[in-house]
Ligand binder design. Sequence first.
Ligand code: FAD
Ligand code: AMP
Length: 475
Amino acid sequence: MSDKFDVIVIGGGPGGYVAAIRAAQLGLKTACIDAFTGKDGKASPGGTCLNVGCIPSKTLLDSSKHFHHVQHDYAAHGITVSDAQIDVPQMIARKDGVVRKLTGGVSQLLKGNKVSFFHGTGKLKTGLEVEITPADEGDTISLHGKNIILASGSVPIEIPGVPFDGEYIVDNVGALDFDHVPDTLGVIGAGVIGLELGSVWNRLGSKVTLLEALPDFLALADKDISKQALREFKKQGLEIHLGSMVKSAGVEDGKVKVTIEDAKGEHQHTFERLLVSVGRKPYTDGLLSEDCGVKLTEKGQIDVNEQSQTSVPGVWAIGDCVRGPMLAHKASEEGVAVAELIAGKPANIHFDTVPWVVYTDPEIAWVGKTEQELQAAGIDYKTGSFPFAANGRALAGGHSSGMVKMLADAETDEILGVHIFGANASELVSECVVAMEFQGASEDLARIVHAHPTLSEAVHEAALHLDGRAIHRGN
Ligand code: FAD
Ligand code: AMP
């Protein structure tokens, strides 16, 4: 095999494998190198997202939702199920099967697009050379690329004094693989990952306590939404302690003792298991040779310009290892854009319309600015909202919690942000992303016919409410 490529991608997550496929579609001779090894000891392209992130977490969220519904919601429908049991190893095996199917699918897609795949660790050297240390510890391989795309992703942040041990004190990888339901689970950090994985084990019967350093809950979300969500999650049995800074943790007699500091001073909690989910940091260990010339930022991200170019001509970087939200769809879109730029096509990403989702129940999803961001920026805006409690489809399905809130420019009516707390918020937000991409006004959404009965009518009504003409609520 020739060692010369038009494009070499280091990292096979949703950033890297998508970049590689798009580059190959555009006729570029492409290689993709990924280090991840699956549970079966084989290559498992798909990165954090497919192996230990988005997909396995959503799989367990779905399984645990079924168990919760059987126990708590079916009776209202007149369905009696007695003695529901959870078989955790079966639930985990199903999750592993879903992961295997998707990572196998990525391997097939790479092959089908004639991308040369290498299972190993890639290191960027000078002169656009990449050295690969194969995962099977065979001889190193050297490749040359006209362009190199760095897509090495991220890893969990470890708090000093709270060392991961893979069994009692775990990161996302451990919390996706517990072999039983812990009686008690402490979760450090009430962010997206902490809430999602905390919800999984809470629904399965664990007493889950989230310890969050910040005084505000989900500080990135719109305040009206985060207030409702906090109330709802507490009702579901999640214990959420805000303003609780974890200082240290250790295992004693098979239990995890956690020391926190809050307004009342220092005290201890004891849990059977502890999940540390205090955010992720860019991963560049072993990726860059000292003299390769690629610069990092103070935060350890690979420094890139708006077009994802690094400080070295011909070297690009995308996804979690660069600036911007750590989201799979953002990584993939950057991958597509960079492949197209390399092929000489125009490409650009609108970071302002990247949607955010928290896959709790109800889900939280948003796009654009929050009300507090508009206030801070001094932008004159108007607001519309609609509660799911007044939406027929939501009531029929038993999903009456939450609302849609829409923010639009007071003068031009351009939509500036949409915030949804409710069932299928992750799907509903797409309509709003499209509207914002086309610089749509709330009037545009208000005039579009929405099928009845659907949850999307709540988006429609929020748009109507903005103009004081909602039909199914007071204005
Ligand atoms: P990654 O997916 O991290 O992939 C990087 C790949 O590069 C890895 O396979 C790594 O092994 C490999 N690699 C690193 N260095 C080298 C090297 N030197 N040589 C070869 N290979 C290398 N995002 C969402 O949008 N939606 C969600 O629902 C969601 N849920 C999540 C749930 C959890 C529990 C976690 C942890 C994350 C979740 N995320 C979610 C975030 C999402 O997983 C990341 O944003 C996304 O995976 C980033 O893609 P990436 O390609 O930049 O990096
Ligand atoms: P996310 O980045 O969405 O995964 O959220 C991580 C959360 O962890 C943030 O809300 C942080 O405020 C929180 N966090 C970070 N360090 C600590 C700590 N030592 N104790 C408790 N919470 C923390």
